[in-house]
Design a protein. Structure first.
Length: 256
């Protein structure tokens, strides 16, 4: 079985860059999901002393929880789109510099707005922290994406020199670690390693397209089922919290 690199060498022609309206729509939806997630989480509604915990099974609480439950899915969508395109692209110093400068620009602009508006006082420590874009790899998306971006050239070498069987074996190993072991044992995860798993999934979709990938009926049914199951899990979690408030209250802050 040929590898992606061998297939590219055989054709010798790269597809011209074009915008895919479906993926653009997916980007927009993912953006809205992330905004909704941050609206609910950062508002303090999900804190133990917040209104949702006080009555988790009320219509308002369930609406807010379902409304804001898709932030991580939005991030996953963005990263899979990135992997889908970057697995056939080359990372250059110019591309990385552009990304880094964009991040620094917005960090400095937001920092300046906070200081000018008096939202936060100026300190040399906070200013120095603003100049350091990479802080941690657990929850900070920007830091993790910058680090992940540096791994892409090496990941490209890996996926381009594997055949489909090897690629599936790699995905199976990742799924076993994060899904099977993660179900029965705690698996410590950070964004950088998880982004790599998403990259392997999206690059497989790009290199080895299947007929059902382009079937609106099949993918639509799968989407509907996963959304319904996710909503049911949210409602089920709230029911458990309400019935066992004291026992499971420590879990409330971590559902998002």
């Amino acid at each position: 079985m040929e590898t992606p690199a061998q297939l590219n060498d055989a054709t010798g022609v790269q597809n011209p860059k074009r915008r895919d309206s479906n993926l653009e729509l997916m980007r927009i939806i993912a953006m809205l999901l992330i905004v909704a997630h941050h609206y609910v989480v950062n508002s303090g509604l999900t804190l133990p002393e917040g209104p949702i915990f006080a009555d988790p099974m009320s219509k308002r609480s369930l609406f807010l929880l379902v409304f804001g439950a898709w932030g991580k899915i939005g991030i996953n969508c963005f990263m899979m789109i990135t992997g889908y395109f970057m697995c056939k692209s080359n990372i250059t110093v110019k591309k990385f510099a552009k990304l880094f400068l964009e991040v620094m620009f917005y960090r400095l602009v937001i920092y300046s707005v906070y200081r000018i508006s008096g939202y936060k006082p100026f300190t040399w420590i906070s200013f120095a922290q603003t100049l350091i874009p990479i802080t941690n790899i657990n929850h900070n998306f920007t830091s993790c994406f910058i680090l992940f971006f540096l791994f892409i050239p090496f990941l490209n070498q890996l996926v381009r020199n594997m055949n489909e069987k090897q690629h599936l074996a790699l995905l199976s190993l990742c799924f076993f670690m994060y899904i099977v072991l993660g179900t029965f044992h705690q698996v410590t995860m950070n964004y950088v390693s998880w982004f790599m798993v998403l990259y392997f999934i999206s690059s497989y979709i790009r290199f080895y397209p299947k007929k059902w990938f382009s079937s609106t009926k099949i993918t639509g049914i799968m989407l509907l089922l996963t959304v319904v199951l996710s909503i049911c899990s949210i409602i089920g979690s709230e029911w458990i919290v309400k019935k066992n408030r004291e026992k499971y209250s420590f879990l409330f802050c971590y559902r998002f």
